[in-house]
Design a protein around this ligand. Structure first.
Ligand SMILES: Nc1ncnc2c1ncn2[C@@H]1O[C@H](COP(=O)(O)OP(=O)(O)OP(=O)(O)O)[C@@H](O)[C@H]1O
Ligand SMILES: [Mg+2]
Length: 304
């Protein structure tokens, strides 16, 4: 069985008689990247603040690596690395000096460890330069390096991709995945954007109005999704494809056909249709169930 690194047990926060976070229960496993997804004001930062000891829970507990945050604060917190809001970095110092500075907050961080995290976040060639010359993506990665220095079991990143462009997000994801694997940490990433969470995470928990309303596994990109081909002759198109691809399951619509295939197969299917004289006006990937779910639970308001 996969090991739980982090457990939230009935975690609750009341502020001025109002319940902001409602009895959250959640297990995070070793080496997984977990997405904490919810619209603005859902309670992501409040939950995270309780998990890193910046805010006291009204009820419930956080267990990390088997130790309890409420009963053994120091030991529990020593296993956590976090970036809540933006990483605190000194612009006028080099990336390396920043890491040396932060390494003094923990015992026993060696120069070798600093070198190792620098490599893990892909900053080796720029680490000697001042942080003010860094791009936003590089700053985020330096923040990541800093949070990793003391070898935490659990890494928490509150909206780490805020402001990054799609390429920056993709790059950040590559580093997160590598770190989760190489260090065996479990990582919690919060975001209000489904598209980001889908790219970065293995599982996602949807939070709304302080309640965890759904947890699901994110499908691999290579997995089959539904593709809709808009064509002039759906019935003929279905016949043509059934002859070329044995056992394929095709739904026909008035002006379209839908097939569950992987993205890699789309050109092949399209080629067959075109070669057989079917006119293809468009090919569309039907929304994932996760997106449907997210839109449904957030009332169609995907903030961001
Ligand atoms: N100190 C506080 N006093 C009163 N209300 C608070 C306090 N902190 C948070 N809240 C409320 O708790 C709710 C959750 O806020 P939180 O910042 O956790 O949301 P979030 O999911 O992080 O949102 P965002 O995506 O905007 O960062 C909001 O309604 C917020 O107004
Ligand atoms: Mg927040």
């Amino acid at each position: 069985m996969t090991k739980s690194v982090v457990q939230l047990k009935g975690l609750r926060k009341d502020i001025k008689n109002k319940t902001i976070i409602h009895d959250l229960d959640l297990d995070l496993y070793e080496g997984e990247v977990f997405g904490f997804l919810g619209p603005n004001g859902a309670g992501k930062t409040t939950t995270i603040r309780m998990m890193v000891g910046l805010m006291k829970p009204t009820a419930g507990n956080v267990i990390i690596g088997g130790t309890s945050l409420l009963e053994n604060y120091e030991k529990t917190i020593s296993q956590v690395g976090a970036i809540v809001e933006n990483p605190e970095l000194y612009d006028y110092m080099s990336g390396y000096k920043n890491l040396i500075h932060f390494s003094r907050m923990h015992k026993g961080i060696t120069k070798e460890r600093i070198q190792e995290v620098v490599e893990q976040v892909g900053l080796t060639s720029r680490i000697g330069e001042k942080v003010k010359t860094y791009s936003l993506g590089m700053r985020q990665r330096l923040g990541l390096a800093q949070a990793l220095l003391h070898k935490p079991k659990f890494l928490i990143l509150d909206e780490p991709t805020n402001g990054l462009d799609p390429a920056g997000i993709r790059e950040f994801r590559t580093y997160l995945r590598k770190i989760a694997q190489e260090e065996g940490v479990s990582i919690l990433v919060s975001s209000h954007l489904l598209s980001e969470i889908e790219l970065m995470c293995d599982r996602v928990g949807i939070i709304q109005k302080g309640k965890l309303i759904d947890i699901r596994t994110v499908k691999e990109e290579s997995q089959e999704t539904k593709w809709t081909f808009t064509v002039n002759q759906p019935i003929q198109a279905k016949d043509v494809l059934e002859q070329s691809f044995e056992g394929v399951d095709i739904e026909t619509g008035e002006k379209s056909i839908s097939i569950s295939i992987s993205q890699e197969e789309v050109p092949e299917y399209n080629k067959v249709l075109v070669e057989q004289g079917i006119l293809v006006y468009g090919i569309e990937n039907t929304k994932s169930t996760l997106e449907d779910e997210f839109l449904k639970v957030t009332g169609g308001e995907q903030v961001g």
